[in-house]
Ligand binder design. Structure first.
Ligand code: NIG
Ligand code: FE
Length: 418
């Protein structure tokens, strides 16, 4: 049996303890900040987190191994609730062409875009994809991310989508980064089915979703609801097939144009609606009244040079907001949640507290693990980060430099970049 661990001497401990569900309204910036806090951990779980004296009074504290945070900030690990991390190569030609003025459509027309990545994935073995994801998993950990949601979506046929999901499952089982899998079969119509979208959606719903669920390979389904990709009727079909297979729903919503997917996804009880760049305020009250989380991924706006999603208006309307990287080879080659905190505060005017809530506990809810992850409370997993900062606001303030001292996953230090 492992001995208990006691984390002490943090300049500030942010437990993010609070209400059970996604945080919104009055709770949208509550951090559970303690100046003399401690965390007691046993068997990978938080036994007690709170004021030092209260934690030291626990019977397990006496024999515990002590770990000093040396006067630095300690938070829960970041939960990155939207990533596309399984691919073979960066899209550097697209990057170069886009910088010179090519649009998303131009890139697709010259053989770039999502389908370029699909070609690479189809030609790769499951073990190569697994090894690539495992290598990337250490990049996430070194930036303080302890759990990610990871989408398939670069296979676009049954065999290749399952191959991606198996790579995700294997890399997740190897750890230490925890990975929640999402089937994104409806990411694009594959080239061999050009012009036969309905037939492809029937395959996604009739073959991919049931197989992925039966093999325990996915927890969510997702769909790219966008002009030229998939529409509202496809969204309803995918949501229905997902619900029949007991998979939660996530939707790439209103990213490049307003399709009406936000209001549709809320009616379908989506766990999260992601992107929302072109969303309309008229849809915000229904979103705020629901349990659906607005998962914003402004790293892609930064990288594409596009206007940012309306975080302030969503928050002011009472919606629960999560922040994620959207790490992918086309629109956001960034896995660092602190870069996202910087963009969210300076460009979208989220307060540092709202941004940190969005990157931890609300991210956990958007990834379907809010009951066990995202805050430091008794019974939750002991995923902690010690940042090289004395004041928690530095996490969003400094940009362009690493700030993690160590990352702990389930009670064990798994990354120590500095
Ligand atoms: O979230 N919008 C669709 N999917 C991704 C981009 C994926 C890619 O370009 O490879 C996104 O931005
Ligand atoms: Fe995405």
């Amino acid at each position: 049996m492992r001995v208990a661990t006691l984390v002490l001497d943090a300049s500030q401990l942010l437990t993010l303890a609070g209400c059970d569900g996604p945080r919104a309204g009055r709770e949208k910036g509550s951090l559970g900040l303690l100046r003399d806090g401690a965390v007691l951990i046993e068997e990978g779980l938080v036994v007690r987190a709170g004021p030092r004296e209260r934690v030291l009074a626990h019977p397990l504290a006496k024999g515990a191994e002590r770990l000093s945070a040396e006067g630095r900030v300690v938070t829960p690990g970041f939960v990155d609730a939207h990533t596309h991390p399984v691919f073979t190569a960066p899209r550097l030609d697209d990057f170069e062409a886009r910088v010179s003025g090519a649009s998303y459509q131009d890139l697709a027309a010259r053989g770039g875009g999502i389908l370029w990545t699909v070609n690479g994935v189809r030609g790769a073995s499951e073990s190569d994809l697994t090894a690539g994801l495992r290598r990337r998993s250490f990049d996430f950990l070194s930036c303080g991310t302890t759990t990610i949601e990871a989408k398939s979506g670069y296979g676009l046929d049954l065999g290749n989508e399952l191959k991606l999901l198996r790579a995700i499952k294997t890399a997740g089982a190897m750890g230490p980064l925890e990975i929640v899998a999402t089937l994104l079969g409806a990411h694009a119509v594959p080239p061999e089915m050009n012009g036969r979208k309905d037939e492809y959606v029937a395959r996604v719903c009739g073959e991919m979703i049931p197989r992925a669920a039966a093999e325990g390979l996915a927890r969510f389904v997702d769909l790219f609801c966008e002009d030229g990709y998939f529409d509202l009727s496809d969204l309803e079909k995918v949501a229905r097939a997902g619900a029949e297979a007991c998979l939660g729903l996530k939707v790439h919503c209103e990213q490049l144009s307003r399709m009406g997917s936000l209001s549709c996804a809320v009616k379908l009880h989506a766990v999260s609606v992601d992107h929302l760049d072109c969303s309309n305020e008229d849809d915000f009250p229904a979103l705020a009244a629901s349990r659906t989380i607005a998962c914003l991924v402004p790293g892609s706006n930064y990288f594409l040079g596009k206007p940012y999603p309306p975080a302030r208006r969503l928050l002011d309307a009472g919606a629960a907001v999560a922040l994620a990287t959207d790490f992918n080879p086309g629109t956001c080659p960034c896995w660092d949640m602190r870069a996202i905190l910087s963009i969210a505060t300076t460009q979208m005017k989220m307060t540092p507290a709202e941004a940190l809530v969005a990157a931890t506990i609300n991210g956990a809810h958007a990834a379907g693990v809010g009951a066990t992850h995202g805050s430091l409370e008794a019974g939750k997993v002991a995923d902690l980060v010690c940042h090289d900062a004395e004041d928690w606001r530095e996490l969003a303030y400094y940009f362009g430099s690493p700030k993690v001292r160590w990352t702990m996953k389930r009670g064990r230090i798994v990354s120590k970049p500095s």
